[in-house]
Write a protein that binds this ligand. Structure first.
Ligand code: AOS
Ligand code: ZN
Ligand code: ZN
Length: 387
């Protein structure tokens, strides 16, 4: 069995934030399938997220999305989270579901619409102050569908201006994290399409502004680990939205489509000092359209843990030597040896040694929780992506 002795300290430090929306129903523009036991409110979403942490020890916090997670009292929600052994994390804003935002939000040419979008972010900061959240994560759907539709340069200027107003409002211990995405829902151009644009804006804002890298937000073939290395080098990698993609922004279980890519990304995170570093938040941004949501999240955090263990096992001394003497295939072989190491039996044993189930998927299935929520959560409206 693989010897994990040298890597258990960093492994034990792993913390992956879960998205509250992963527990609600989601789907495509073709169909959203309902599923029995789906939470009916943010409190139930937190209870479900707590199950993931209970069985894996890997997911101590849950990210909120405003307004999907609107509640009367955030201190009650915070208390509910704490009673269930988890905490509340990043607050995600939403400027993509109002009719007013059809042509843009913080980049809109109408100052009234821009102000509405800015005010929404102020409201998110109010929530953060109640939940104790550190990060405000901004993903913008802003963009255009046709060349000439709007002045793309003026939109950059309006974006900079709006972001500056939002940034001014965040507290000394809070951060603004700007996510980029190369297309969708806008199809010709998006206003924050790539890491460089996010970097340019966050660098201009100041040292409490960072880039969020969503692994599903790149053109096919993009070398994501290079972006990771560069952002860490620049001190601007604030967080990850982990997920998998085969085609577009598929939001599938992280590591499902391309575990090797996840390994390469994690290797660069570790190499660049971003691992077990509170400045670089690991989050999931996933939807479970057809699979059960809690086991979907358990599988996700385990995938991250497995690829982290493999990346931590890279013989970095040998790799450095091989690189220094130009041993191309030797260096590649050292990386591949770590990638091909099956760490699962050793991880199972290590989990048990820490009082966790060796097989968290099995333990959850045997726990009876799924049957309980399916029986109890009848009536009410199931929470969904957008509700
Ligand atoms: C959208 O594509 C992004 O990935 C965002 O992170 C978004 O806020 C998240 O999917 C929840 O809406
Ligand atoms: Zn995302
Ligand atoms: Zn996305």
């Amino acid at each position: 069995m693989t010897d994990l002795t040298d890597i258990t300290t960093p492994l034990a430090a792993q913390a992956i934030e879960l998205p509250s929306w992963a527990f609600g129903n989601s789907g495509t523009r073709f169909k959203v399938f309902g599923s029995p036991g789906t939470p009916r409110d943010p409190f139930e979403k937190i209870s479900d997220a707590a199950q993931v942490h209970k069985h894996t020890g890997l997911a101590p916090t849950v990210a909120l999305h405003i307004p999907w997670d609107l509640v009367d009292s955030y201190s009650d929600l915070r208390k509910h989270a704490e009673d269930n052994g988890v905490g509340l994390g990043t607050v995600n804003s939403n400027t993509f579901q109002d009719d007013d935002y059809k042509l843009g939000s913080v980049t809109h040419s109408d100052p009234k619409v821009r102000q509405k979008a800015i005010d929404h972010h102020f409201a998110c900061i109010d929530v953060m102050n109640e939940t104790g959240s550190r990060d405000l994560k901004i993903w913008l759907a802003d963009g255009t569908n046709y060349p000439g539709q709007d002045d793309i340069r003026a939109r950059q200027d309006r974006l900079a201006d709006s972001l500056a107003k939002i940034y001014e409002r965040i507290g000394e211990d809070q951060r603004l994290v700007l996510e980029y995405k190369f297309f969708e829902p806008a199809f010709y151009h998006t206003d924050v399409p790539d890491w460089g644009t996010s970097y340019a804006h966050t660098a201009a804002l100041g040292d409490r502004a960072f880039v969020c890298l969503d692994t599903g937000h790149h053109a096919p073939g993009t070398n994501i680990e290079f972006i990771v290395a560069q952002l860490l080098r620049l001190g601007k990698l604030g967080s990850f939205d982990f997920n998998s993609r085969f085609y577009a922004d598929d939001d599938l279980i992280v590591g499902a489509a391309d575990p090797f890519q996840l390994f390469r990304i994690l290797y660069e995170v570790i190499r660049g000092g971003g691992y077990a570093n509170p400045d670089v938040a690991f989050m999931l941004d996933q939807c479970h359209n057809i699979e059960k949501k809690i086991p979907g999240q358990i599988r996700s955090v385990l995938n991250v843990q497995e690829m982290t263990a493999r990346a931590l096992l890279v013989d970095t001394e040998a790799l450095k030597k091989a690189q220094a003497c130009g041993d191309v295939l030797g260096a590649n072989g050292i990386l591949m040896d770590a990638f091909y190491t099956d760490v699962r039996p050793a991880l199972a044993e290590w989990r048990e040694s820490r009082g966790l189930p060796g097989d968290p998927m099995k333990a959850y299935a045997a726990s009876g929780y799924q049957e309980k929520i399916e029986a109890e959560r009848v009536g009410g409206t199931q929470a969904g992506w957008g509700a």
